[in-house]
Ligand binder design. Structure first.
Ligand code: ATP
Ligand code: MG
Length: 398
């Protein structure tokens, strides 16, 4: 990013240069760690009149322009600059701008006004906001699919499958994936893929719901791979009550627009928050095992889904820890539950145990294992469907 700073005051130029060079790359300033040098600074000792020439000659992405209220024609000059270079960001530096003045400069396309002399924090935050905005603008608007995983009974393997499918879709199928832990009381999804601490939780996002956009959502997640983020459950169960049903739609709307797949790990306890999330899901994956207690609870859960009015096409029943030698067959399960089995996942204690204990997905730990292949199968099927749909959609409008 090229930043041009224009000021008559040498001291302001020096502070800007010092703040930018001091900044530590692990800081929030640039989240793109691939960037060796996140900015190039061009300092120009001059006034507002030079703005157009600087914009033309240097082609900066961001112009930091010092202005005083006594400059004549400054609004006209600013208007010229922003009209000729619509993608150029302009941040004005001026001593205590009045609200009227602020409004005037914003009308001619200035993004922000910072009081002079600028402080390190105010300057870096304003630049960071600008950088986030261009990053967002360059990302395509997506229309992600929402997949909800729910255990028919405790310990079914819903979290294991949700997290491992999320990883496989991101790593193998190159999809952008967000996993949201809706197991609000006892959420543990992030531990299946990482041992890092989450920067924030779904409760923090709910508390600042009016600020929520793609960049805020991404910065609240643990980034597992460049394509996969997890929005963790609150670290204290009491905070679960802070998430209200009215928070669910905005969180999912923002996630859908920024990711190809939004995977929800729904806890065993059904409440108004989880129903809101299930309503929004394109597919619900009830996860069960092959024994009578699981079948009993699966029946109850599927009945609940029927009474909530979910169409049977929305359900993708998964039989986990499947053993073909078991007395209870897949046909028995389908006949009893009157619901088709979407997939069966093999029982693989040694691989799963190691994966769960170390927080490493099976796709990475044992890519050739039958369990990794079974998850990969689901990933391939889901991403193929989305690609087909996208092709069909493009054809329709071409
Ligand atoms: N296919 C499998 N083969 C072997 N072990 C498995 C398999 N799937 C899951 N497990 C084991 O079952 C345990 C429970 O899985 P998981 O935590 O995903 O269940 P859950 O349905 O999310 O339960 P909870 O109600 O606690 O949220 C895991 O720790 C894992 O060790
Ligand atoms: Mg779970």
């Amino acid at each position: 990013m090229i930043i041009a700073a224009v000021s008559r005051k040498q001291q302001i130029l020096e502070s800007i240069s010092q703040f930018l060079s001091e900044f530590d790359r692990s800081d929030q300033f640039s989240q793109d760690s691939n960037q060796e040098q996140p900015y190039t600074l061009i300092s120009i000792n001059g006034g507002m009149q030079q703005a157009v020439a600087v914009a033309e000659q240097e082609r900066p992405d961001l112009l930091l322009l010092e202005s005083s209220e006594d400059e004549t024609n400054d609004l006209q000059i600013l208007g010229n600059v922003t009209a000729r270079f619509p993608s150029l960001g302009v941040i004005m530096l001026c001593p205590n701008p009045s609200p009227e003045r602020l409004l005037e400069v914003m009308r001619v396309g200035v993004r922000e006004a910072l009081p002079t002399p600028p402080t390190r924090d105010s300057l870096l935050s304003a630049i960071n906001r600008f950088q986030q905005r261009i990053k967002q603008a360059s990302m395509p608007v997506r229309n992600g699919k929402v997949l909800a995983f729910i255990p028919c009974k405790g310990g079914s393997g819903a979290t294991f499958l949700a997290t491992n499918l999320a990883y496989t879709l991101a790593a193998q199928n190159n999809q952008r994936v967000a996993l949201i832990d809706f197991n609000l009381q006892l959420g543990d999804a992030s531990l299946f893929l990482s041992d890092s601490k989450s920067p924030a939780s779904i409760a923090d996002v709910a508390r600042q719901i009016h600020r929520l956009d793609g960049a805020f959502l991404a910065s609240s997640m643990i980034q597992i791979t460049p394509n996969l983020g997890i929005l963790a459950a609150p670290d204290e169960p009491e905070k679960a009550t802070e998430i209200k049903p009215e928070h669910v739609n905005p969180i999912l709307q923002v996630a859908i627009k920024n990711y190809d797949f939004v995977i929800l790990d729904i806890g065993r306890r059904m409440d108004s928050v989880s129903v809101q999330a299930l309503d929004k899901a394109d597919m619900i994956f009830p996860v069960m095992q092959q024994t009578l207690p699981f079948i009993r609870d699966a029946k109850r859960l599927i009945d609940v889904f029927r009474s909530l009015g979910y169409h049977k096409d929305k359900l993708r029943l998964v039989v986990n820890r499947y053993d073909k030698k078991s007395q209870i067959t897949l046909d028995d399960i389908q006949n009893t539950l009157k619901c088709e089995v979407f997939k069966s996942i093999p029982n693989n204690f040694s691989v799963v145990d190691e994966s769960v204990n170390h927080g490493v997905p099976v796709h990475k730990l044992a890519p050739r294992s039958p369990i990794a292949k079974a998850v990969e199968d689901i990933g391939n099927e889901l991403s193929q469907n989305t690609e087909q749909q996208q092709r069909w959609f493009r054809k329709l409008f071409s």
